[in-house]
Design a protein. Sequence first.
Length: 318
Amino acid sequence: MKETEVAARGKIFLVGIGPGSEAHMSARARQAIAEADTVIGYVTYVRLVAPLLEGKEVIRKSMTEELDRAVEALERARQGKTVALISSGDAGVYGMAGPTFEVLFAAGWQPEGDVAVEIVPGASAINACAALVGAPLTHDFCAISLSDLLTPWPVIARRLEAAAAADFVVALYNPKSGRRTRHIVEAQRLLLRHRAPDTPVAIVKSAYRPKQRIELTTLERMAEAEIGMLSTVLVGNSRTFVRHGLMVTPRGYGEKYVFDEGERQARAGEQAGRSLSSGLEGWLREIRASGESPASLARRYALPEDYLAALLAEESDG
């Protein structure tokens, strides 16, 4: 290379390929793979995009070699190559975006340096599985991985307990493997502390892939179902229901409206386009007018006593 020439700037695409079928991969994801000189990924994910890899350097890695994949991507990008580092679902949801940035920062990388980075989003397993079973995520939800390879079990257990108590719909990633068979049982135990035994549960294996399998069950029977590493488990909240084989979590319109012969009418005390009467301002008025102590309100609403005391003190200060 002549002294006046400047080395080409390498690039890493962090590509979310979606659930695994090409039909559900974004156009940008396909374009990023097309632009890449090198494609790096877990062997199963590489196989899912095999038709797009002709003429490219392909580096296949095992399940636990995430940091190795990121190091390989950085090495080739520093050689001026364009690299597509692929993840199933979305690269930022239990995918390769986090490990890659850890490796980049440890190597002293900066955004304006010799390697550009672009994240290409994809549909995560939580989206793909929900689409196959109905509308279970229409209200507040969270995702919790049961894998304790990198996260201590007490941390996972506290998250399960908090999500169950707060009545989130819960998506369980990495629910079970050949060696990790008890984790789903313990998750069930914690969820049952706050959920009814007949709470709907959907178990989806390999969403939108050839071996797709869907099972609807209940929280009480969840641990008896066929669950593995390729499964995602969706646990409903206290209002989730199943009808005609579809799992649905109501958004909350029933709190504000009644439907009479197809016409929508606001319930007494409610107004269209305004917060519920039990929303923040209405609730503050209610607890301040109740005359109850913070301890009594804490028991009634399952909220911290010091939080309620601070709210009541605001009125006194005012």
